[in-house]
Design a protein around this ligand. Sequence first.
Ligand SMILES: [Zn+2]
Length: 317
Amino acid sequence: MNPLIAVDIGGSLIRAGLFSQNGKILCRVEKPNPARQSANTIIKSILAVVESVWPTSGRVQAIGISAPGPLDPVRGVILHSPNIPGWDNYPLVEELEKYFHVTVRLNDDANLAALAEHRLGAGKGCNHLVYLTISTGVGSGIIVDNKLLIGSAGIGAEAGHMLIQESSPLRCGCGNYGCLESLISGPSLAEQARLALSQSQDSLMWQLSEGDPKSITAKTVAEAARQGDALAIEIFDQAGKNLGIALTNLLYIFNPQMVVIGGSVSKAGELLLDPARQMVRKICMSYYWINTPIVLAELGDDTSLWGAYYLALDIHF
Ligand SMILES: [Zn+2]
C-alpha cells in the first residue's frame, strides 16, 4: 500500500504531510507561503514542499491539495486567488500531475476541514454535518449522506456569503453588505471594536491596545470579553446572534446531526456559541435543533491537511 501526500496551501504557510493509507503521519513539513509574489513563485514552493516529504523509496499513491477558494474541484482549477497575482483559472491539478506523475485532487480548505471533522474530529459518526470556520473569512463545508456537497460547478456550500443583514454598513470581501462573513469574521469583530472605540474609549480594549485601536484583533476583543468588558461582550453577543441566524437557515435546509464550528475566532468558545444557540432556540422550530448539538471543532491547525489526506484516500484507482 503506497503512502499518500496531503498539502495545505494556507495564507501564511504551505504544509505538507506524507501519510500511510491508515492515517499515520510519516513525515510533515511547513514552509512560509510566498503569497503576493507570483503564480510561478508559489508553484515552485508547492513543488519543493511536496518533494521534501516524498518517500525516499517506493511510490506515492495520490496527492490531495487544500487551497483557498474559489476553485473548481472537478477540473482541479484555481478560479481566483485574491492573494496571489496571476492565479486566475490556474490548472493546479494538471500542473502537479504533469510534474509528479500521480493522481492529484484539489478541494477548498473549508470543505476539506469539514471532511476532516467528519472523519476524525467532532463530527465523527455523523452522516449529515454542517461545518463553519470563522477566522479571517467565514467558510463552510456541508456533508450530506457522508459526502461533501460541492454543487453543480463545484463552488457550493459557501455559507459565509449568506445574506444576514441587508442594511448592514459592514462590507464583505465579495463586495456585498451584511454577508455572514462581514458580520462575524475576525477582521469584522476588530473593525466593530475600532468603530465603538472611536465613540467612547470606556473599554478594556482601549487599555489592551495601549490606546492604538489599529492593533486590535478578534483575540483582543475575546480577551477583553473574558475579563468582563461590556463592549467586547456586546460585540461577541451580536456576532453570536448573527451566527445563530445563519445556523437556523442551515438547519432548515440540511437538517444535520451536528453543527461544528472551527477557525481562530471559534477559540472564543461560549462567548460566541452561547448567544448563537440562544438565537437558534428563539427563532428556529425545535424539531430542527433539539437533536442537533452545536459544538466546537476538535482538530487544530492541521484540519485542512487531514482533509487533503482524506481527499487523496477517497480516490478510487
Ligand atoms: Zn460576501
